[in-house]
Design a protein around this ligand. Structure first.
Ligand code: SF4
Length: 230
């Protein structure tokens, strides 16, 4: 589907019964990370997360939100006329009907990505979706939640993201990539926690160790300092 030709979303056949999801926000911005960085994107942020990463930057998505029909969500997504849609959270897979939303978005012809914590099973995610899956380093406080069996379900278009809060996190991630040959499955992203790891230092560690990973800074933090709605 070409950029600006998103009205096809509203023509997708609707399920017999209304399917609803709890939504924190739907907004139109620039993708700030991963493989689709820089693309104009509609973000659908689902409410709720069973994790509590110490450096979480979307705590406002843990509670609240409003129930929305999937048809209604698709109509709002279509109104922005973007080719890329990112389903994020919170942890979007914590709501089972997220799988239906992902499928409906793919059926409508969007380029769909899913940002997920790596703690919930991704096996049933539509294979057309690009999964951007975290693996939580110890500095997150949630590394015990990593569901390592998820690695088996990664496709070449998926991405595994490590968000690193220290040199110790970096070394842990380096060993995880090597130990599980993650770079042979899909793209691997290393990103510093804002204010915890000097980005230049992280870049230099990656160069020094000749790692098969892609360094990234979050573009939306540079552009909008992480304000909600961007
Ligand atoms: S998984 Fe994501 S949304 Fe949930 S606490 Fe961690 S960083 Fe925040």
């Amino acid at each position: 589907m070409s950029e600006g030709n998103a009205t096809v979303a509203s023509t997708t056949s609707a399920p017999a019964t209304a399917e609803r999801l709890r939504i924190t926000e739907i907004f139109h911005s620039i993708q700030g990370e991963a493989d689709a960085i820089g693309w104009r994107t509609v973000f659908v942020r689902l409410t709720g997360c069973p994790l509590r990463c110490v450096w979480c930057d979307t705590e406002y998505s843990f509670y609240g939100g409003g129930w929305r029909d999937i048809d209604d969500i698709l109509a709002e997504v279509a109104s922005h006329g973007a080719r890329h849609v990112c389903v994020t959270g919170g942890e979007p897979l914590a709501q089972k009907r997220c799988l239906i939303l992902l499928q409906r978005l793919c059926d409508a012809g969007y380029d769909v990505s899913l940002e997920t914590s790596g703690a919930l099973d991704v096996a049933a995610v539509d294979p057309r979706v690009r999964k951007v899956m975290d693996l939580k380093a110890p500095g997150s406080g949630e590394s015990a939640r990593n569901l390592w069996s998820n690695l088996q379900h990664l496709l070449p278009h998926d991405q595994v993201k490590f968000v690193l809060a220290s040199r110790a996190d970096y070394e842990w991630a380096r060993e995880a990539v090597a130990g599980h040959a993650i770079d042979r499955r899909c793209m691997v992203l290393f990103s510093p926690v804002h204010g915890k790891v000097n980005p230049r230092e992280l870049a230099e560690w990656i160069i020094e160790d000749k790692l098969p990973v892609r360094f990234q800074l979050q573009l939306h933090k540079l552009l909008w300092n992480d304000a909600p709605g961007h």
